[in-house]
Design a protein around this ligand. Structure first.
Ligand SMILES: *Cc1c(COP(=O)(O)O)cnc(C)c1O
Length: 397
């Protein structure tokens, strides 16, 4: 059994704060500051450039990839870290399209995160005539899987509502029609059990600063199914994805397997912070995490619905159909969230009217949920949100 009071002690959350935004930026793992300090002083400071070999910096992207792989049901040596999620979306999509050259449509849904769609648009424009991005309502995806579609590109858990696609079923339906799949796990990795190998997924990508707690700007990851690992040709053919980077050949030859999805110099300090953050996951059983997430989520929904009739649940009511966040719609949701943050309960807001609350069992318990509900209830009952300060939009919402 996973001991969630022990994992809670691994995080440095400010006194008096209840953090319900781990779906957007995970909190600071206590060990991260020391680990980064050591990397700066003992590695960068003392070893200088020799640290690439002596401190194992060059191996970090694949070593961290394997650590994340365990949490998403990936085979060993099928995940590598680096760059940003937007970049990894581009890489995965480009590789998927090349595996299905006769077809020119990328199918996605209107609930997808904008950057995934933007990156697809940019790539398809470069590929030229005939290539096209088609977006349909999330519940209609399955009806649009036809022989024109080259790649099905979906985010498993919707960033606004928490609605979850059935990855295994959609992957199977896609494969039955000769379609390659690219799954974005931004709101899945560290949020719920993922079984990439079991679902027979082709490509997957995700970020590590949300539920995995890798810190602001932490590197992204990419998964390529072993059956394609030696076959894909990287569109972003950077030198560190070359078979022999230090041969400095003039011609590109893809590296072995997943290594070819590396691009350039890895962000070492960010990777060291992520390495520390992943320690918190070592003893965590993802099935236990899921059970705990559902327990806390149900408690939050029941509390808010009982106390705040102004808020409307927009996450699926069936816990099996959502990820690990709960969203409520409220017309003045932005102001209400600011009022809540001012009272020590941190969630966030997504336009036009969604208040998001991340449910993260690693560091949240029943008492936190109850306090958060009580503060929200007070704000709603007394219209405490209705102050000019709370209506002023900041750059990041
Ligand atoms: C958070 C998120 C991103 C962010 O991409 P970055 O390149 O890391 O800024 C992309 N896609 C999805 C689905 C996300 O949830």
């Amino acid at each position: 059994m996973t001991d969630f009071s022990a994992t809670r002690a691994l995080f440095d959350i400010p006194e008096g704060v209840i953090y319900l935004d781990g779906n957007s930026l995970g909190p600071l793992p206590r060990s991260a500051a020391d680990r980064v300090k050591t990397a700066i002083e003992k590695e960068w400071g003392s070893m200088l450039i020799t640290a690439w070999n002596r401190a194992g910096w060059m191996a970090l992207p694949s070593r961290l990839g394997d650590r994340i792989g365990r949490l998403i049901g990936a085979e060993p040596s099928s995940v590598v870290t680096g760059d940003t999620l937007s970049i990894k979306v581009y890489q995965a999509l480009a590789a998927g399209l090349e595996l299905n050259p006769e077809r020119h449509v990328v199918l996605s849904d209107t609930g997808n995160f904008p950057t995934d769609l933007y990156m697809a648009e940019g790539l398809l424009r470069q590929l030229g005539s005939g290539y096209r991005l088609k977006t349909v309502a999330p519940e209609e995806v399955v009806d649009h899987l036809d022989e024109t579609v080259a790649v099905l590109m979906l985010t498993e858990v919707d960033y606004r509502t928490g609605r979850k696609h059935d990855m295994a079923a959609l992957t199977k339906a896609a494969h039955d029609r000769g379609i390659i799949t690219v799954w974005d796990l931004a709101h899945s990795a560290g949020a719920l059990p993922v079984d990439l190998a079991g679902a027979n997924a082709d490509f997957a990508v995700g970020c590590t600063y949300k539920f995995l707690n890798g810190g602001p700007g932490a590197p992204a990851f990419i998964y390529v199914a072993p059956r394609y690992a030696e076959k894909v040709r990287p569109a972003l053919s950077g030198w560190l994805g070359h078979e022999a980077p230090f041969a400095f050949d003039l011609d590109y030859r893809p590296g072995q397997g997943i290594e070819r999805m590396r691009v350039g110099t890895p962000p070492v300090l960010q990777m060291v912070a992520l390495d520390a953050a992943l320690d918190a996951w070592d003893g965590v059983d993802m099935t236990a995490l899921r059970a705990r997430s559902i327990e806390l989520g149900e408690r939050f929904i029941a509390g808010v619905e009982a106390a705040c009739p102004q808020l409307r649940l927009v996450s699926p009511r069936n816990p099996e159909e959502r990820g690990s966040q709960i969203s409520f719609a409220f017309e003045d949701g932005y102001a209400a969230m600011q009022a809540l943050i001012a009272r020590g309960v941190i969630g966030d807001f997504r336009a036009p009217d969604i208040m998001r609350f991340g449910i993260t069992p690693l560091y949240l318990n029943e008492a936190d949920i109850d306090t958060a509900v009580a503060r929200l209830a007070e704000i709603m009952a007394q219209r405490l949100w209705d102050q000019p300060d709370y209506h002023r939009r900041a750059a990041v919402t």
